[in-house]
Design a binder for this molecule. Structure first.
Ligand SMILES: Cc1ncc(COP(=O)(O)O)c(C=O)c1O
Length: 505
């Protein structure tokens, strides 16, 4: 395929930034007869020799499956554990990052072995449909999203956003001086999230609908296990959205922290309450899935797999699959977008932490055994999330509130969120929904369960108030199954009492 650019969609701010470093030496053409020395010594960089680093080596002990630590006394666990990674000051293995390298200044795009891993991982999971793509490490998805906004959005530009979303994203839009425009979410059964008819019509009639605004430069979407609704767009649906992106010439920023945690439909696996993590892992049904089956039949394809023109920026993170405190993620996009993101990284943070990179890289290479081994760990997490999701749904389905038709849920196909809909508020006017949801939130708090109101995650509370009669439930933070069941009971009892009390606190 011929080489192509996407430069017309890059922001003026990002295009103007230049990258150079004061240690890089003269830029002019060398004088006639100049010969470089074969073994130059460095009195240039301000990089401390690794002999100044106080850490000699480090040992990282791993678990075999999520929550394994709950099954054993810590002392026993560490005495028996042979599942550990030794991180040394030096290594000759090119797949590993040693301390002398990981703790040193490094290329802003990331250390080579981990950067290569992100590319191999993407090729295995969501192989892009063109060749001119690149990867860069970030300090988590938040950093990735901010950099994606900087790369595309100038002051006055417009970006489309699912009406309920990961609202910190609005800060990144604001930072770039752009205007967010919400797109309604379709809450009907088998929904793909975005209301496609609305989006098509809106783009087709843009200048009538928004005479003072330029046409959108980008669409931000959490296409799999959406935050907060849990909805997932099918591959077919993504193709339709991508067609609109081509027709109206905009970028798709695909934020996907949850997509790898695919979840079977409720009722297709056995739901048991377990007392130990080992039993939970054993009881959850999707364990039989092999890596190949998972990739072929469970993982929803990314927009990258449709993209032929470099108009997709995919933002990934290790926060939900490894740990959020690492502050580590990566972006896959067209090489010219990655180039401007690299320049911005030089301005804002000089890339991701070397310590985080070396821990993640060496654990994945040394113990999980590379890409497929890492996917194997994801499959174990998926088991536990699947078990939790089904337990929460089971508790809700068995409640009086559900059985009396007062509430409904969306069974997510991926991720950590269930939409808990307050059905008796369906069809009410905006004002009533807003006041009653606020009152109901107080009731849930008094029952001892914390949830997030849909309206708290809206781009524009007024625009979305008629569809705001839901709470986002997240089954990720609970300590164990018992807590999940108890949360479901408290929540549904709170709703029942609120309803029986004439829809009042
Ligand atoms: C949709 C979405 N994007 C991005 C993030 C931020 O991820 P990170 O911790 O990697 O910055 C989150 C975190 O909850 C999220 O839900």
């Amino acid at each position: 395929m011929n080489r192509f650019t996407i430069d017309h969609l890059i922001s003026k701010r990002a295009s103007k930034r230049e990258s150079s470093h004061f240690t890089s030496g003269p830029q002019e053409t060398p004088p006639v007869g100049f010969k470089p020395h074969p073994d130059p010594l460095l009195l240039s960089y301000g990089a401390p020799n690794n002999g100044f680093f106080p850490i000699e080596s480090s040992k990282v002990n791993l678990v075999d499956y999520p929550f394994q630590h709950q099954d054993k006394l810590e002392r026993d666990y560490f005495e028996e554990n042979t599942h550990s990674v030794n991180i040394t000051r030096y290594t000759t293995n090119p797949d590993l990052i040693d301390l002398s390298t990981g703790l040193q200044y490094a290329a802003v795009e990331g250390h080579k072995p981990l950067l290569q891993f992100t590319k191999d991982f993407i090729k295995r999971t969501h192989n892009p449909n063109y060749n001119q793509w690149e990867s860069i490490l970030t300090t988590g998805a938040s950093d990735g999203l901010n950099k994606a906004c900087d790369a595309i959005l100038d002051v006055g530009d417009v970006i489309l956003i699912e009406e309920f979303t990961f609202t910190p994203f609005l800060r990144f839009v604001n930072n770039a001086g752009a205007t967010p425009i919400p797109i309604p979410i379709d809450f009907s059964p088998e929904s793909n999230g975005i209301n496609l008819n609305y989006l098509t019509e809106m783009l087709g009639n843009w200048s009538n609908k928004y005479p003072d605004l330029p046409k959108p430069k980008a669409l931000y979407t959490i296409a799999t296990g959406q935050n907060p609704t849990g909805l997932t767009q099918t591959f077919q649906f993504r193709k339709q959205v991508y067609k609109l992106a081509e027709l109206h010439d905009f970028i798709i920023i695909e934020d996907d922290p949850y997509g790898y945690l695919t979840l079977p439909r409720y009722g297709t696996t056995t739901t048991t309450t377990t007392t130990t993590a080992a039993a939970a892992a054993a009881a959850a049904a999707p364990k039989e899935v092999t890596v190949d089956e998972y990739l072929k039949s469970h993982l929803t394809p990314s927009f990258l797999e449709i993209d032929t023109r470099g108009r997709v920026i995919r933002v990934e993170t290790f926060s939900k699959l490894f740990a959020p405190g690492l502050r580590l993620g990566f972006i896959i996009a067209h090489e010219s977008i990655i180039k401007v993101i690299k320049n911005y990284s030089e301005t804002v943070n000089r890339g991701a932490s070397g310590l985080s990179q070396l821990v993640v890289n060496n654990v994945i290479h040394d113990k999980f055994g590379g890409v497929d081994g890492w996917i194997g760990w994801i499959l174990k997490m998926r088991q536990t999330y699947s078990q939790r999701k089904d337990l929460l749904l089971k508790t809700i389905f068995e409640s009086k509130a559900y059985q009396q038709g007062l509430v409904d849920v969306i069974d997510p196909q991926a991720g950590m969120f269930v939409t808990f809909k307050i059905k008796f508020l369906d069809g009410r006017n905006q004002e009533e929904i807003t006041t009653k949801m606020k009152q109901l939130l107080w009731k849930t708090i008094s029952y001892g369960v914390r949830v997030v109101s849909g309206s708290n995650m809206s781009v524009d509370a007024n625009f979305s108030s008629e569809r705001s009669n839901f709470f986002r439930l997240c089954y990720a933070p609970a300590n164990n199954d018992k807590e999940i069941i108890e949360s479901g009971k408290r929540l549904t009892n709170a709703v029942l009492e609120f309803y029986n009390n004439g829809e009042k606190y």
